[in-house]
Ligand binder design. Structure first.
Ligand SMILES: NC(=O)C1=CN([C@@H]2O[C@H](COP(=O)(O)OP(=O)(O)OC[C@H]3O[C@@H](n4cnc5c(N)ncnc54)[C@H](OP(=O)(O)O)[C@@H]3O)[C@@H](O)[C@H]2O)C=CC1
Ligand SMILES: O=C(O)[C@@H]1CCC=N1
Length: 282
């Protein structure tokens, strides 16, 4: 299904690079069928070409009629300008995937053609190694074939979950932003290792293996995190002391708040973009 598809990224930053890396590593389709464009940073495009063997070009030189799937990957604040720039070149039956946090399918449909095929997508940067947890929510006009194409394409970069768009903000708080919470945790664990005189490289490896092992246990054993946590925790042992300190210092609450506030911010972005649309249409 993918071998004859051409995919263009509009926006070539961190998220586009992670997806390009994962797509290339999947070897599901030729790298020359991936094209990256951005607003102005030509050095960045040259670097992506050199690293991944993909194509790139200036946005104005993109051959839109030869692209099957267009992936929007600019910041939400730039979406209006980006859509105004590309609308005249795209056709309603072209599939548009948007990875933009907070940008709804309704917004995309209102700003593109009647009947435009759109899917809202929320990947994370683990796409780079084929380990993303990616959500998709198809637009109102999107055909079943295009939903299947979207899933097939995104399965190259990890697991894909089809969710109700109402749940996209929470999914963003959990999985889109999620890797950052674990990196933050690792940063803090690393600091403690360094304080105790461990060298940074070794500590990093130890922590990464510990997190990977814990995640794999959840996936492989089919046991809940609660049961698995209890199995680590001996009465009056070291883990109990560590968990008590976490609780007393608001650890659990802080994690819940992180997910909650990321989701709130995603919703806020939707509202702000919708408001600016209303203001501009007055
Ligand atoms: N980073 C992440 O972990 C995740 C990000 N996302 C979403 O991905 C999107 C991109 O994020 P990220 O990659 O971090 O951002 P970056 O700032 O790294 O990249 C943004 C890219 O968009 C380009 N761009 C800006 N305006 C336009 C335009 N009008 N036309 C074409 N290209 C344009 C920029 O080009 P130039 O450099 O030339 O200005 C740049 O290549 C965001 O909407 C974010 O919500 C979703 C999931 C996870
Ligand atoms: O921080 C952001 O807004 C983007 C969306 C999810 C991850 N990064």
């Amino acid at each position: 299904m993918l071998h004859d598809k051409t995919v263009a990224f509009i926006g070539a930053g961190s998220m586009a690079e992670a997806m390009i890396s994962g797509l290339v590593k999947s070897e599901k389709f030729p790298t020359h069928q991936i094209v990256a464009t951005n607003r102005s940073n030509v050095e960045r495009l040259a670097a992506l070409e050199a690293i991944y063997g993909i194509n790139s070009c200036k946005l104005e030189d993109l051959q839109f009629d030869q692209i099957d799937v267009i992936i929007l990957a600019m910041k939400p604040k730039d979406v209006d300008q980006a859509l105004s720039g590309i609308k005249q070149h795209i056709k309603p039956n072209q599939l548009i995937l948007s990875v933009l946090a907070g940008i709804t399918t309704t917004y995309l449909e209102q700003n593109l053609h009647i009947g435009q095929q759109v899917v809202r997508v929320m990947p994370n940067t683990s796409s780079a190694i084929g380990e993303s947890a990616t959500a998709i929510s198809p637009g109102h006009e999107t055909s079943e074939n295009n939903v299947i194409l979207t899933k097939t394409l995104l399965e190259c970069i990890g697991e894909v979950y089809t969710i109700d768009e109402m749940d996209m903000d929470v999914f963003t708080g959990l999985a889109g932003s999620g890797p950052a919470y674990f990196y933050y945790l690792m940063e803090h664990m690393e600091q403690q290792g360094a304080k105790a005189g461990f060298d940074v490289e070794t500590t990093r490896k130890i922590i990464a293996q510990t997190i990977k092992g814990a995640a794999n246990m959840v996936q492989a054993q089919g046991e809940t995190p609660t049961i698995l946590r209890e199995k680590v925790t001996s009465p009056n042992g070291t883990t109990a002391a560590g968990l008590k300190a976490l609780d007393e210092n608001g650890g659990g609450k802080a994690i819940a708040k992180a997910v909650e506030h990321a989701a709130i911010r995603s919703k806020e972005i939707s509202e702000q973009i919708q408001e600016s649309l209303l203001v501009n249409s007055k």
